[in-house]
Design a protein around this ligand. Structure first.
Ligand code: AHG
Ligand code: MN
Ligand code: MN
Length: 331
C-alpha cells in the first residue's frame, strides 16, 4: 500500500489554527524556500577547487563569496520584503537587521545562524542553518533590539536545515518536532520524521575532548562519568563529535545523547551563541522531551543582554543534562 506523501507546505497548513491569517505559515514557507536555495549552493561547494576558492578571484574577476556570507544574504533577501517580519538578527552581522522602510512590516522576529559548522564547509562534512522565530514586542513600532533580546522560552518556532547526505528541515511550532527530507527530483520537502522524540537509553555523548584541560573539575568529572568511570549509575555511551553543532544535535536527537560545549578557563561562556544556536535548539530539545542547560539553569530562561552573547551549553536527554548540573554544582 502506498503511504501518504505529505509536503512541508501541506503539513504547515494543516497545523495552523483556524483563526490564523497565514502570516506565520508563509514565513515558514519562506524558510523552506531559503533552505532549497542554500542546499543548491552547498551541494556545489565541492566545485570550489575547479571554480576558485572562497576569497579567490574567479574567471570573471569577481571575488568568490564564502558560503556563510552567501547563506546570510540569501535569508535576508528572501525575508526582508515579505511583510512578515519586523526585524532580523544574524550571527554574521554585528547589528540587528531592520526591515527597510519601503517595505511593509510584519509581526515576527527572525534570528538565525546562516551556516553553522563553517570549519566543515571546505572538507565536505555536514553543515546547517539554525533559526528561531519570536513575536515582536510592540506592534506599533518598527523592529528594535528589544524584539530580538527575548528569552528562548518565548520562541514561537525554531528549527534547522541540515545539509548532509541529504537535506533535511526540522522544525517545531510548539506542537512536537517534525522533520522533512528534500526530494531533489521533486524540489519538495517531504515529511520523513513525524513527532521526533529523544530515545531512551541514549547512545552518545558529544564534546571536544581536546579541551579537557581547560574545563572545571566538575565538567571533567562529568566527562569521566559519561565514560563509565565511577558510580553504579554510569551510562553506557559511545562518543561522536562532528564539530557542526547542528549535525551533532541532529544525530543525538535521533539516537539519544548529550552534546556539551562547556565554559573554559579563559572562555567563561564557552563558544555557542545563545540567540542563534543554543536558544532555538533548546526550544527543539524540550519539544522532543529533552532538556538544555548552561550548567545551572534552563537555557530557555536566559534573557539575552547582548546580540552575540555566548553561553555554556549542555543539551540532550534530560537525565544526562541534569547529571551535568549536579557535577557542576559540586565544583
Ligand atoms: P559557526 O560555524 O556557526 O561559527 O559555529 C561553529 C560552532 C558549532 O557549530 C560547533 O559545535 C563548534 O563551533 C565547534 O567548535 P570547536 O571546533 O571548538 O569544537
Ligand atoms: Mn554556529
Ligand atoms: Mn555560523
Amino acid at each position: 500500500m502506498m503511504e501518504k506523501i505529505q509536503t512541508i507546505e501541506r503539513f504547515i497548513f494543516d497545523q495552523q489554527p483556524e483563526t490564523a491569517h497565514g502570516e506565520f505559515t508563509n514565513l515558514l514557507y519562506d524558510i523552506a524556500l531559503v533552505a532549497k536555495l542554500i542546499a543548491h549552493k552547498t551541494n556545489r561547494a565541492g566545485l570550489v577547487d575547479i571554480l576558485g576558492r572562497a576569497g579567490a578571484v574567479n574567471i570573471q574577476g569577481e571575488i568568490q563569496q564564502k558560503l556563510d556570507v552567501f547563506a546570510d544574504e540569501m535569508i535576508v533577501r528572501i525575508c526582508d520584503h515579505s511583510g512578515r517580519l519586523c526585524v532580523m538578527a544574524s550571527e554574521e552581522r554585528e547589528e540587528i537587521i531592520p526591515i527597510p522602510a519601503k517595505y511593509k512590516k510584519g509581526s515576527y522576529v527572525l534570528v538565525f545562524d546562516p551556516l553553522d559548522g563553517s570549519s566543515n564547509i571546505d572538507v565536505n562534512v555536514s553543515i546547517g542553518t539554525i533559526f528561531g522565530i519570536y513575536r515582536c514586542t510592540d506592534w506599533d513600532l518598527r523592529g528594535r533590539l528589544e524584539d530580538v533580546l527575548q528569552p528562548p522560552r518565548d520562541l514561537v518556532a525554531a528549527g534547522y536545515i541540515l545539509f548532509g547526505a541529504s537535506t533535511l528541515m526540522v522544525y517545531s511550532t510548539g506542537q512536537g518536532v517534525h522533520g522533512f527530507t528534500l526530494d531533489l527530483e521533486l524540489g519538495e520537502f517531504l515529511l520523513s520524521h513525524q513527532d521526533m522524540c529523544l530515545p531512551e537509553p541514549p547512545a552518545f555523548y558529544s564534546t571536544n575532548h581536546a579541551y579537557f584541560q581547560r574545563w572545571s573539575p566538575g565538567v571533567q568529572n562529568y566527562t569521566r562519568w559519561l565514560q563509565g568511570q565511577g558510580d553504579m549509575d554510569a551510562p553506557t555511551l559511545s562518543s561522536r563529535y562532528i564539530g557542526s553543532l547542528v549535525a551533532d544535535f541532529h544525530r543525538n536527537l535521533l539516537r539519544g545523547g548529550v552534546f556539551y560545549y562547556p565554559a573554559e578557563h579563559d572562555k567563561p561562556n564557552g563558544k555557542i551563541r545563545l540567540l542563534y544556536e543554543a536558544g532555538p535548539l533548546a526550544f527543539l530539545i524540550h519539544q522532543a522531551g529533552g532538556y538544555a542547560s548552561d550548567g545551572f539553569r534552563s537555557i530557555l530562561d536566559i534573557v539575552p543582554t547582548d546580540l552575540h552573547q555566548r553561553v555554556p551549553l549542555f543539551i540532550g536527554n534530560e537525565s544526562l543534562v541534569r547529571k551535568a548540573e549536579s557535577f557542576i554544582r559540586q565544583d
